[in-house]
Design a protein around this ligand. Sequence first.
Ligand code: HEC
Length: 164
Amino acid sequence: MKETNSLFRWTGMLAAGAAILGLATPGLAEQAGNAKPTQAQRTIEYRQSALYLLGWNIGPIAGMVRGEIPFDAKAVELRAMRLAQIAPMIAEGFPADSQTGAPTKAKPAIWENMDDFKSKAATLEQATAKFAETAKTGDPKLVAAGLGEVGNACKACHDRYKAD
Ligand code: HEC
């Protein structure tokens, strides 16, 4: 954990430095070419970032539930809280003008079934909100069950709307 903390500090300082110099850290869209990113590129990058953050935060909880890393109730609580904060940010990353314009695994079916897509996003929102409460108990069994519920909400959407 100590190493991780110093890495956080280091990347934090780097980002702060870039901000002071007025330099934005180049995102995927900018790296792809020199042109200013289009609105669609920015939107696609936004949603992929939010989804990436979900994956980043759920990973260690899954590792604990599988017994690959020691159970750490405080870490579960923090990451579950982050999932609950990020989940409500997903739906706004899929406006009609973001179907194409950058590499994406979002299937066109999303925009043909927007109500269903949004309801799947809402299911994740509810599951993560509940999971954030469950995580506060620090009970590994309840955490495992809650993680299963959250994981099902991820999978239900990916199965229908995310290309492999
Ligand atoms: C409402 C639908 C939906 C839900 C719910 C959902 N995802 Fe996704 N996810 C997608 C779609 C669509 C993509 C592809 C986005 C793109 O490429 O533009 C994606 C992509 C991703 C990616 C790849 C991001 C990248 O780097 O490009 C990760 C990681 C991910 N999801 C994790 C999760 C996790 C973990 C959960 C549950 C906690 C979750 N997703 C829930 C629809 C969803």
